[in-house]
Every structure is written in C-alpha cells, then in structure tokens.
Design a protein. Sequence first.
Length: 290
Amino acid sequence: MKPVAFRYHAPDTVQAAVGLLEEAGFEGKVLAGGQSLVPMMNFRLARPGILVDIRKVRGLSGVRFESGYIVVGALTTHEDIFLHEELAHRLPVMRAAAALIGHWGIRVRGTIGGSVAHADPAAEWPAVMMALSASALVSGPAGEREVSMEELVAGPLTTTLEPADVVTALKIPAPTAGERTGIYEVARRPGDFALVGAVAKTKGDSVRLTWFGLGTVPQARESDSFGSLSEKAQAEQLSRWGEELEAESDLHASATWRKRVAAVVARRALSAAASDDAGLEAGERSGLHV
C-alpha cells in the first residue's frame, strides 16, 4: 500500500521544525528515522497531513559526556550507539540493547529519539531509558524542557508530547561506582519485537527491574534488599513481581505466559548485569548483530 497524500518539509534547525509543527497542529508528524512511522503510513495506520523531517537538523546526533550525565542526541542511530566504544565502556547495556533491535538495515536508519517518541511497548529504548532514570530533552514553542521517561510515556504508541514538540536528546545520569546494568528479552525470531524483556540495574543489594513487551508501558519494580536475599527468596520475589505486572494477550502470547516468563527474563537480565557485556554476548550468539 501507499500512504495518503502529505506535505513534506525538511528544516535544518530545531526552531524551524517546531514552527512547522506548531502551524500543522495535529496534522503534523516528526520523521526522525522512519523505521516505525513509514510502515505505519504505508499501511495507513498513520495519516499525517504534514511530515516534518528533522534528519537535516545539525547537532541532534552523537554522544556527549557531561558532568554527571551522558547525553545521546535524538538522531543517534541504533548502529551508532552499538559502535560507540566509550559509551559501551561506561554503559554496556546501551550496546547490548542496540544489538537486540531489528536488523542492520533498521539499525543504521532508526534513531533512539524516534523510538522513545514512538513509545512502542515492546521497544527496548523506552524501557532502557526508564531503567536508567533518563529524561528526554524536548523543544517546543515555549522553549526547551526536560521530561522524565515516566512522565513521557503515557500508553501504547502514546506520549505526553504536544503536537509541536521535538525530542532533541536523551539525558542519562552517569553510572556511579558499583552500578551494573543488563538486558535480556525473548522474541520469536532474532530481530523481532520482544514478547517479554527486562532491563536490570543493580548496586550492592539494591535492584531495579524494568519490564517491556508485557503491557501498555514499561513497568518497574525495585528493592533495596534484593541482593541480601537467599536464591530461593529472590526467585519467589521475581515470581511475585511477575504476577503483579500488567500483561496483555495477543496473537503471539497470552498474558498468563508473559507473566510467567517475566520472572525468567528478569533473572537473566540480572545475570547479564553481573557480566561484563550486560547481555551482549547472548544477543550476538542469537545472530542479532551482523
């Protein structure tokens, strides 16, 4: 199929993009990488009257290391994140997550900002950003503001962004000494969206787990004493958390199955956090990166 007719703009500044979107109102849509939006337009699930392509805007890609933060530009592709050596050294879960996304053709075009703004409940980046307590830097008619991931993601394919808002970067608190992160997911085939996935962040006895692919939004649970529990008690806690999570049934899996598997992927995400590659090795063995 082909998309409905639309007008196309390719501004070269954030201000120009915001102005075009403000004029377009609810008819406007931002194009960042296009790996989610374009297929939806082709199937006419999305019908924007005006498309604002921000890929020519300078300064929206790349990784910066600031005092206490890591800032990833919204137009940074999944492949750029995978290949960034210093980012992989400081936050191995970023490389591990990038390796799980689609296939090479998707990873070289799809962007982290586009993924976060799209808010697919099975996507890796919204969950990873939530697990890392990251926030989105958003430019709009009133200027720039910072929005936490919990505030940003409102539902499946739904955010709190206004029609003229543009996500310009993701701001991640720099990991502190002793902090470890890992990711693990289950998918039908390498490169498919996750049926169930989990991101783990640990420090000492404290644990924060963020699940994706189960319900309408990423869901988090945490404990300050998880690491001090016996292996049996940890397994029981993970099972309890899995049962508490919102889960939905679809043609791929039932809600009951997803709740049961939630404990399994959480345990494996914790194991990935304890390793040096945050789960990347398992992803490469599955053929998730070429």
